[in-house]
Design a protein around this ligand. Structure first.
Ligand code: PGA
Length: 259
């Protein structure tokens, strides 16, 4: 890990209920201690629980994020949620382009790009996800696919706005499967994404940009990933639903910061 401020996101997906969401947020805030000052820890509950979870985080520096956002600012878009609504509920962050939306809901690179642009314009911070499928990996297309996804996702984004953006590399085949790439393989992709941002912008913006890993990160492997100078944190799904597991992942960062 480098001097870039570490980032740990909890992507709760479509899990929990109101009471257990609030309980989880309270347990995390109680267990986190001073680490939250040195690290961005952002909880992303389902939309209906954002306000209650935000309330539970009120006196802490933890961040609150949505799991998606509309590309529109408002109007006749049944079922959609606008960036201004997330901000209204106290969220500062939003996850965009998660593989479950790209592959399960057929979100295109172009739609992802519109969402990123609109979210940043509205004042949100963005976690922009990318990652290859198992087939793409076997065909050695990982770099091609992640390059395409991030080039499209950053189209039209001003260099100054990159400080409000984190890239999450999440191989689709690693999400929720218990299988992960080796740290070396993940590092290679992170390195290629950083070079890409350097080419698209300039090396200074690339070296400040946080690139995190996601996909079956858990307490037992987080330390290894996070110790890599290329990996600036994690986006955690399953292991973010239990406070003990999520806190252990956050503490791995604390240990590395202290070392
Ligand atoms: P996982 O999910 O940690 O359960 O693999 C990560 C994600 O989808 O962001």
């Amino acid at each position: 890990m480098t001097e870039r401020r570490p980032f740990v996101g909890g992507n709760w997906k479509m899990n929990l209920d109101l009471a257990s969401s609030v309980e989880l947020a309270e347990d995390i805030t109680a267990g986190l201690g001073p680490l939250e000052i040195e690290c961005d820890v952002v909880l992303c509950p389902p939309y209906p629980y954002l306000q209650a979870v935000g309330h539970a985080l009120k006196h802490h520096c933890l961040g609150l994020g949505g799991q998606d956002v509309s590309e529109h600012s408002g109007g006749a878009h049944t079922g959609e949620v606008a960036a201004s609504m997330l901000l209204d509920l106290g969220a500062q962050w939003v996850i965009i382009g998660h593989s479950e939306r790209r592959h399960g809901l057929h979100e295109t690179d172009q739609l992802v790009a519109k969402k990123v642009a609109h979210a940043l314009e509205s004042g949100l911070h963005v976690v922009l996800c990318c990652g290859e499928t198992a087939e793409e990996r076997s065909a050695e297309r990982t770099e091609e696919v992640t390059t395409r996804q991030i080039t499209a996702g950053l189209a039209g984004i001003a260099a100054e706005d990159l400080s409000r953006l984190v890239i999450a590399y999440e191989p689709v085949w690693a999400i929720g499967t218990g299988v992960t790439p080796s740290v070396e393989d993940a590092e290679k992709v992170h390195g290629s994404l950083r070079s890409l941002v350097s080419r698209l912008y300039d090396p200074r913006f690339a070296s400040d940009l946080r690139i995190i890993y996601g996909g079956s990160m858990k307490a037992s492997n987080a330390g290894e990933f996070i110790a890599s100078p290329e990996i600036d944190g994690g986006l955690i799904g399953g292991a973010s639903l239990k406070s003990a597991d999520f806190l252990e992942i956050c503490r791995s960062i604390g240990r590395i910061l202290e070392a």
